[in-house]
Ligand binder design. Sequence first.
Ligand SMILES: Nc1nc2c(ncn2[C@@H]2O[C@H](COP(=O)(O)OP(=O)(O)OP(=O)(O)O)[C@@H](O)[C@H]2O)c(=O)[nH]1
Ligand SMILES: [Mg+2]
Length: 280
Amino acid sequence: MGIFTKFLSKIKGASSLSNSDWEELYSELLESDIGPTLSRQLIDEARKSKSDSPEEGLHQILLAHLSTQSREIRRAESGPTTILVVGVNGTGKTTSVAKLAAYLQGQKSNVVLAAADTFRAAAVDQLRTWGDRLGIEVISGKDNGDPASVAFDSAQVALGQKADFLIIDTAGRLHNKNDLMAELGKVKRVVEKVLPINEVLLVIDATTGHNGISQARIFTESIGVTGIILTKLDGSARGGVALAIEAELGIPIKWVGTGESEGDFAPFDRESYLRGLTQM
Ligand SMILES: Nc1nc2c(ncn2[C@@H]2O[C@H](COP(=O)(O)OP(=O)(O)OP(=O)(O)O)[C@@H](O)[C@H]2O)c(=O)[nH]1
Ligand SMILES: [Mg+2]
């Protein structure tokens, strides 16, 4: 059931709702992942809505809160398009790197992957297994080596091979650990000696709810985020965090993950997302 299903059925049933009805609706929205600020705004806007159809009114209100930025990948003008993938631990970065690579490969693009998570040997193996399966080259370095150095090497390989895309996987890091965030800045600077970074994609696990907002805010402040991959939408998450991120931070959700295999990945579709928020 979507976050706004009950909301919609209530405003549909009554031509004029009392203040306490609206407060009840507000409390219900608060329990979703969209947080207090947006919940309050949506209630105020719904109260003022002049639309004859509650469905259409709500659709327009929600639509107005989504990002108007392009959801396409920002392509390099020349040379490989370089994508840095970041996020907190376990959100689905490595899986999403592989899924994105498979997607681009399906569009006949030539992709190179960089295993710049050097903290755990298993992380490199995980990406290499994906690379073997997809037939995509994975650049890695020494265990516990410098992630920036792996990223630098991979940029040189991608440039030398005239690859269409370089996608760099990074280690999970808590957004409140300054040294780890600084390390990401270093990865970015070092890669940019070879290739400009076109996209910094932040991976957010939809099941973490409103906490995704603070992750997005801090990653944006420290390295700049150009787009979001929202994962695990196949689970219990109802995806409210997507609306909150777009409304509060204006960062476009570019991709969604809906499972563990490479096909469970698609560009974010605004209309089907909005339908999901109100469906029974
Ligand atoms: N159900 C579901 N599981 C996912 C999705 N994306 C990733 N996973 C699973 O989530 C777990 C963690 O995924 P990883 O890709 O290893 O996450 P990560 O962010 O790279 O993790 P760290 O490198 O340890 O920070 C794995 O079991 C994935 O299969 C998704 O969209 N849906
Ligand atoms: Mg990983």
